[in-house]
Design a protein around this ligand. Structure first.
Ligand code: CA
Length: 229
C-alpha cells in the first residue's frame, strides 16, 4: 500500500480520484489548494502525488517545484487540461515525472499509478515490517512471531497487512471493508469483526512477549498499536 497525495481543487474530480485510489488499497490525503498541499508532507512522506495544475491559490508548477525537494522519492503526476500542452513541458522541467490529461479516465489513472508504484517498489530495498516480535513480509505474505511462522487465512493476513502498514493510525471500517474485501461488497459488516477477532486469537496463540495490539475504535474502525518500547 502506498501513501498518496491528491492535489485537486475541483470537489467532484477530487472526490472521484480519492475514492478510486482508496478502493485500490492506497492511503490517500486530499489537498484542495496549494497551501494545504505544501503542508501535507509535514505529516509524513508520500509515494506519489497527483497534482492539478490549475489551483485557486497558486500555480501547480510552483507547487511542483516546491514539493520536489521535500519529497525527493515521490512520483509526481500532473493533471492537465487538454489546452495546457505547454504546461506539460514546463511541468516535467519543474520535477514532475508524468502527466495525465483531463478528463482523466479512472481506470487509466489507476493503471498508471499502479505502474509507477511498482517501479518505485522494485527500486526500494525490501525487508519485512517489524513491530516488536511480529514481522510481516509483504513480498512473500509471511508472518512470523518471534521468528516462528504464523499461519493466517488470506483475509486475516490482508487485514493485518493493512493495519500494520501504518501503525498507530486509525483505519475506518469502510476503508477496511473496501480494501480487504472489495468496493462492491454488500455483506454484513459483522464479517469484519469476526475476522479481526480471529486474527487477534491467532496472534495471541503465537505467543511473543512484545506484540502490537489491535485496538477497537467504537463507531469508527481499528488501529494497530506498536508494542511499548
Ligand atoms: Ca483545478
Amino acid at each position: 500500500m502506498a501513501r498518496l497525495l491528491v492535489v485537486e481543487d475541483d470537489e467532484t474530480i477530487g472526490a472521484a480520484l480519492v475514492r478510486t485510489l482508496t478502493v485500490h488499497g492506497h492511503d490517500v490525503v486530499r489537498a484542495p489548494d496549494a497551501a494545504t498541499a505544501l503542508r501535507a508532507p509535514d505529516d509524513g512522506a508520500f509515494d506519489l502525488v497527483l497534482l492539478d495544475l490549475g489551483l485557486p491559490d497558486a500555480d501547480g508548477l510552483t507547487v511542483c517545484r516546491e514539493l520536489r525537494p521535500v519529497l525527493p522519492d515521490a512520483v509526481i503526476v500532473m493533471l492537465t487540461a487538454r489546452d495546457e500542452e505547454m504546461d506539460v513541458v514546463l511541468g516535467l522541467e519543474s520535477g514532475a515525472d508524468d502527466y495525465l490529461v483531463k478528463p482523466v479516465r479512472l481506470a487509466e489513472l489507476h493503471a498508471r499509478v499502479a505502474a509507477h508504484l511498482r517501479r518505485v517498489e522494485a527500486s526500494r530495498p525490501g525487508g519485512p515490517t517489524r513491530l516488536g516480535d511480529l514481522a510481516l513480509d509483504v513480498a512473500s505474505r509471511q508472518v512470523t512471531v518471534a521468528g516462528r511462522p504464523v499461519h493466517l487465512r488470506p483475509r486475516e493476513y490482508d487485514l493485518l497487512a493493512r493495519l500494520a502498514a501504518r501503525p498507530g493510525v486509525a483505519v475506518s471500517r469502510d476503508v477496511l471493508i473496501a480494501q480487504v474485501w472489495d468496493e462492491h461488497w454488500f455483506g454484513s459488516t459483522k464479517t469484519l469483526d469476526v475476522h479481526v477477532a480471529a486474527l487477534r486469537r491467532r496472534l495471541e496463540a503465537a505467543g511473543g512477549s512484545r506484540m502490537p495490539e489491535i485496538v477497537t475504535l467504537r463507531g469508527h474502525g481499528y488501529r494497530l498499536d506498536a508494542p511499548q518500547a
